[in-house]
Design a protein around this ligand. Structure first.
Ligand code: PLP
Length: 369
């Protein structure tokens, strides 16, 4: 066995793209907005030289990502292979067996899985239903030890859709300064909600590492473009060295697509935001009228994490929903939670698919009581 004993995670094994998009009638399991087509972007790539590119990533792409930042400069942005690539670089460059990590749970699986493979000490800070999935900053402070290296947070959060407030972020920065630890903010879902056009959080402090990508809010998961941002030059040097050893550069084609897309960002974002808002309204109305489902209303991103009431026979529910009705949601075990919870993604399906999918959930519930 190698130094990291890799194992596949349920969320990846059972992902819709692995099962086959064509076999799913109503896909409410996705965590992104709808995927764009190549032809949706207005550009011509015929003259693009297929050379190695800048190891940090295309300069203009990095500049466009920090255009609203006050402190970050383009050389403090590292383009990575999706946010997943960025998270892997952070975990493997920062964490060792002796180190201690504080990480929010539930979470996107990689935020927990890679540190577990590394074998560092981990304290999971649970987001509890009784506390409306709100982050308990006090319990983070209590968990800090002398070997704590990193506090790992996701905002907007997957799977709950919770968003950290400005005050909470200020408190977390104070904690990081006081105890000399890094803060990792996974901001992969940033960009869709009111006030979400603020700079990435790494702009606020040299203790913050931002990870994000074009996969979720921008519907470009297939080009695998994400980034790391940090004002800490020692960290940046390490992150670049890690990238160079893993895959040297990104694909120049992917970077060009990303850059051209961002040049037309406002046009795409207007449409995306309207779609997300309309779909969200449908979900909110549906939940409010549904006596077998509860939720904590999300504040950002495109997912929420509702749960089924006790009357519902869970295995019957998923069996009917998946096998009879061809409808997919993200079951709780994708996030190490009870399957009574499920992630519902409302940004990906079109209106008709969403309405039909919600109707199918209702039918599966009726048949499982
Ligand atoms: C919170 C979070 N971070 C990172 C990722 C990875 O995204 P990507 O590698 O496509 O940018 C995901 C994907 O689901 C996610 O939910």
């Amino acid at each position: 066995m190698g130094i990291l004993d890799y194992r596949r995670m349920p969320i990846e094994i059972e992902a819709p793209e692995q099962f086959g998009y064509d076999k799913i009638k109503c896909n409410l399991a996705e965590s992104s907005v709808y995927d764009f087509n190549f032809s949706d972007i207005d550009f011509d790539l015929k003259d693009l030289k297929l050379a190695y590119c800048d190891h940090l990533g295309k300069q203009e792409l990095r500049e466009s990502l920090i255009s609203n930042c006050n402190n970050l400069i383009a050389n403090q942005v590292l383009i990575t292979n999706g946010a997943a690539g960025g998270l892997f670089i952070v975990s493997t460059s920062l964490l060792d067996k002796q180190d201690h990590l504080i990480v929010v749970s539930p979470n996107y699986a990689n935020n927990i899985e890679t540190p577990e493979l590394i074998g560092c000490k981990i304290t999971k800070i649970p987001l509890k239903v009784e506390q409306n999935f709100k982050l308990d900053i006090n319990s983070i402070e209590c968990a800090i030890k002398s070997n704590t290296k990193l506090i790992s947070l996701t905002t907007p959060h997957n799977p709950t859709g919770g968003v950290l407030s400005k005050e909470e972020i200020t408190q977390l920065i104070q904690l990081a300064n006081k105890h000399n630890v890094y803060l990792l903010f996974d901001e992969t879902y940033k960009g869709l909600t009111e006030g979400d056009d603020l700079p990435f959080l790494a702009d606020l402090s040299d203790k913050i590492i931002t990870v994000s990508s074009l996969s979720k809010a921008y519907g470009l998961p297939g080009i695998r473009i994400g980034w790391l941002m940090s004002q800490d030059e020692t960290l940046n040097e390490k992150f670049l060295a890690a990238k160079e050893q893993i895959h040297l550069t990104n694909s120049i084609l992917d970077e060009e697509v990303a850059y051209q897309f961002l040049r037309q960002k406002e046009y795409f974002l207007d449409k995306i935001k309207k779609h997300v808002l309309d779909n969200f309204q449908l979900v909110e109305d549906w939940i409010n009228e549904n006596k077998y489902i509860s939720w904590v209303k999300p504040s950002g991103g495109v997912v929420c994490f509702p749960w089924l009431s006790k009357e519902v026979d869970i295995s019957k529910f998923y069996n009917i929903l998946n096998n009879d009705l061809g409808t997919w949601v993200g079951p709780g075990h994708w996030f190490n939670m009870d399957d009574r919870f499920f992630r519902l993604g409302y940004g990906w399906p079109n209106k008709e698919e969403l309405i039909k999918g919600l109707e199918n959930i209702d039918n599966a519930i009726k048949q499982s009581i």
